[in-house]
Every structure is written in C-alpha cells, then in structure tokens.
Design a protein around this ligand. Structure first.
Ligand code: ATP
Ligand code: MG
Length: 450
C-alpha cells in the first residue's frame, strides 16, 4: 500500500533542470522519479542539495537519451547526467543480493518494480519517490510517518541490513544527527552489536562519513551516538579515551576532556570547516597519555600538544587524510598552546604568526578552547584586534634578498637564511625601512668585510 502526498515542486535552476531530465526519460517511455535525499528534503520542507533519480531505463538506454552521460557505475546501474550545468545521479531500478563482504552486493538485478528498489535503500525516510510533474510524493514504506515522528528506521531488519553493508552504521549516525531524529530501538541495538564489524570498511569511506558528521548540523549529537554505539572506540580510540580524563576544575569547570571537546563543538559556528572540525576533535588527545597528578594534587598534561600532534600523524595515516589536511591538523594541535604567550611576543614573532597560512583557523580553535573552559578571552581579543589593525597579514616584501648578499661577496649557504630572517625581523620591528640601511645593518651586524 502506498500513500500519496501533494508537495509543490520548488522553483530554481536545479529543480527546473532535474524536471527536464525526468521529463525526457519519461517521454522516451521510461518511468522515472526523484528519490532519496531529494524526496525526503522536499517533504521536510528543506532544500535538497542535489537531486538523485531512479528510472526503469537501463544504463545504456539512459546513455542513448543523454549521449554525454558518464557511465561511472553502469555495472550496478548508476550513471551521471549533466544537464544545464547540474549533475544528476540516475540509478536504474534494481534489487541487490547477497552482500558477502559487508561492503558491496555480489549481485545486482535490474527490475521494473520501484518497490523492490526502495526496499534496498537504507532508511525509510530515504526510501520515498517524488514525481515532479504530478507534484506527488509517493511513500510505500511509511517514511512519512517516521519523519513525522522524527524516527530514523532501517528499511527491513536492522541487523541484516547492517550486516549487508557496514557503512550503513555510520550513515545511521549521520542521518540521525543531520535530521535531528531518534534511532529506532532495534536500530540502536544493532549499532551497538555490530560496531566492531565495521573494522573491515575502507578507512577513507569512514573518514568521509565522520567528516560529514563533524561538519554537519549537530556534531555533538553525532559524537555522542558514535561513542554510545561503540563506533568511536573502533575508529578513534584516542578520542573515545578522553571521557574520564579529569582536568583542573579551576581552568576547566566544564568537566573532563571529552566534555570539553564536545562543548567546543557546541559553541562552534556551524557548519564547521573540515580542518577546524578535525582540529577541535583532536586538539587534546595527548592529554590521556600525558596525564599526571603531582604532589599539588592537580592534574597536569605536560607536553600534551606535542604528544597529541604525533598521535594526529598516526590517525591521519590510518584514516587516509589528504597530505594537506594531515599537515594542517597536526600543526594546529602542535601549536595550540602557544596562544597563551602571544601577549608578550615581540612584534616580529607576532607578525610571523599572523602571516601563517592557517592562522585564522587556529585562532578560532583557540577562541573555542577558551570559550569552552575558563572563558578568559583576553588573548583572543588581543589577536583579533591585531588582525584587524593590518590591511593584510601577509609579510611585506623583503628589503634585501640573497642576490644582495652575493653582491656583498658572500657565498650562498645556510647563513643566508639566518641573515635574511634577521633582516625581516628588524623590518617587522620597524628598525629597518629601506634597502640601503638594511645592507649597512647586515655589514655591521654580521661583521662583513668589504
Ligand atoms: P544527502 O542529503 O546527505 O545527500 P541522501 O539521502 O541523498 O542524503 P546519498 O548518500 O546521496 O544520501 O544517497 C542517496 C540515496 O541512495 C539515499 O537516500 C538512499 O536511498 C540510497 N543509499 C545511499 N547509500 C546507501 C547504502 N549504503 N545503503 C542503502 N541505500 C543507500
Ligand atoms: Mg544525495
């Protein structure tokens, strides 16, 4: 039995283009609907980010109608069609059978029965059809009911469906946190039972799911679900271990390191940028291994930022971060304590700090760190004011270069860097303003014989 709801098709380029693609397939005799996130979001009065379609046309038939279609996953029935600068994923209506490895189906069988296609989908809210021409939402699996009750329900038996494809455990957490839904009870139980089985998944797919959650609407909820289900312990044991790591109440009235980390996510502006999200998550992971309690009976975490940064390297490798992301997060973690001393920094050092590529992100990490602990915002205010006092934080053109040193009769070598850095420092301090005085300064300071 299906239920049908009238829902107006939204205006805009994406939906106009999607309607044309659907119309062309239908006129060629192939029934086609919008499906998945698009149908769900339309019912929830959200704006879909993209429009995925399901059609009875086989991949080669889609290709005949759209000759430029990319046959990215033609063997399991998915092609990409570009129309009016929008890209649509068009899936051939299919059943999936026998997932031997917990990752992908062994067999895909095309069908003309849309209900069979909906039954292979993950959650009831993601298993509805939308007909843009008739402006009708068609619901066979009670997705609307679950959405009305804010429940994320697996299509079919959660244990079986999670067994087929272990990535669905992460998708469950992601959709629950994104949509603000409760996980249906059996789904919760299956998550806890099967978290360990996800270890076979490809790390980059899990990292992408985690990143989507951390940069999504409610990273705190996602982290709590990951922790309670046991998924966090499997994939990020270093973060899981932060619960129960007590801190000095005077500086951390909010609680242990886990609570502090969650509070930073709570206080962050959403959606978070991925590098900042990972930096928040990992900034204090060094606190667990460096915990010590001195005679003063106060918890200390000496060098936790260095230890934590080394742990980040390990995690970044394990979760297959891009090289750039790994470097950015490691740098943010390694340096997150230096903010404490900025107010006493010499101008040159401060200017170099402000000119660093990721300074703005690291400053935001610092703001959230303070806001989510002792709430002493003085350093952040000082840096924010300095940041705004410069038109550009980039370092100025150097007054002299290696060529000038060669002209002075010096031979290129390691000393060049020392000299040029010293000149730049003096320039930043306002001691040197022009090339001639810079050259004189070098001759005198480095005792160069003319
Ligand atoms: P989003 O708004 O995040 O894009 P979405 O629902 O569109 O959400 P996609 O990952 O784009 O999610 O997938 C599109 C649809 O394909 C899903 O709604 C779901 O019906 C189906 N789907 C995707 N991945 C799976 C999976 N691993 N198992 C079962 N069905 C899936
Ligand atoms: Mg989608």
């Amino acid at each position: 039995m299906s239920r049908v709801f009238h829902i107006a098709c939204p205006e805009g380029d994406l939906f106009a283009a999607a309607g044309e693609v659907t119309g062309r397939l239908r006129r060629a005799g192939f029934m086609t609907y919008w499906v998945g996130g698009a149908a769900r979001d339309l019912y929830m009065q959200r704006t879909p980010a993209d429009v995925d379609m399901v059609t009875v046309a086989r991949p080669d038939e889609v290709k005949r109608i759209f000759p430029d279609a990319e046959m990215v996953g033609a063997c399991f029935g998915v092609v990409l069609v570009k129309h009016r600068n929008q890209v649509f994923e068009i899936a051939t209506c299919r059943e999936e059978r026998a997932y031997g490895d917990g990752r992908r189906p062994d067999e895909v069988k095309f069908t003309d029965d849309f209900v069979l296609d909906l039954q292979r989908r993950d959650f009831t809210c993601n298993a509805m059809l939308y007909d843009p021409a008739g402006e009708q939402l068609i619901d066979y699996l009670n997705g609307v009911n679950d959405i009305d009750n804010s429940i994320l329900r697996v299509v079919g038996c959660p244990r079986e469906r999670f067994q087929e494809d272990h990535l669905r455990l992460f998708r469950a957490v992601r959709f629950a946190s994104k949509l603000g839904f409760e996980l249906e009870e059996e789904c919760q139980a299956a998550l806890r039972e099967m978290a360990g089985a996800t270890a076979v998944l490809a790390a980059e797919r899990v990292r992408q799911e985690l990143e989507n959650m951390l940069t999504g609407a409610d990273p705190v909820r996602a982290l709590e679900l990951l922790k309670n289900s046991g998924l966090l312990k499997v994939w990020l044991p270093e973060v899981d271990a932060l619960a129960g790591v007590e801190q000095y109440k005077k500086y951390h009235p909010e609680g242990d390191v886990w609570q502090h980390t969650l509070l930073m996510f709570q206080n962050a502006r959403k959606p978070l940028d991925a590098a900042l999200a990972w930096s928040i998550l990992l900034h204090d992971i060094g606190k667990k291994p460096t915990f010590s309690c001195g005679e003063d009976n106060i918890p200390h975490f000496y060098c936790h930022e260095q230890v934590g940064a080394d742990m980040v390297k390990d995690i970044a490798g394990r979760l297959r971060f891009s090289g750039a992301m790994a470097d950015t997060v490691e740098h943010a973690v390694r340096n997150h304590m230096r903010f404490a001393s900025v107010c006493n920094m010499r101008t040159a050092k401060l200017r170099r700090l402000l000119a660093e590529a990721d300074f703005v992100m690291e400053l935001e990490l610092h703001r959230l760190d303070c806001l989510s602990s002792n709430q002493l915002m003085g350093t952040w205010e000082f840096l924010q004011a300095r940041l705004q006092s410069f038109n550009s934080t980039a370092l100025p053109e150097p007054l002299i270069t290696g060529r000038d040193l060669i002209a002075l009769g010096l031979t290129p070598g390691a000393e060049f860097k020392t000299i040029l850095n010293a000149v730049m420092d003096a320039q930043l301090e306002g001691v040197l303003q022009d090339k001639a005085s810079a050259i004189e300064w070098v001759i005198e300071k480095f005792d160069i014989k003319k």
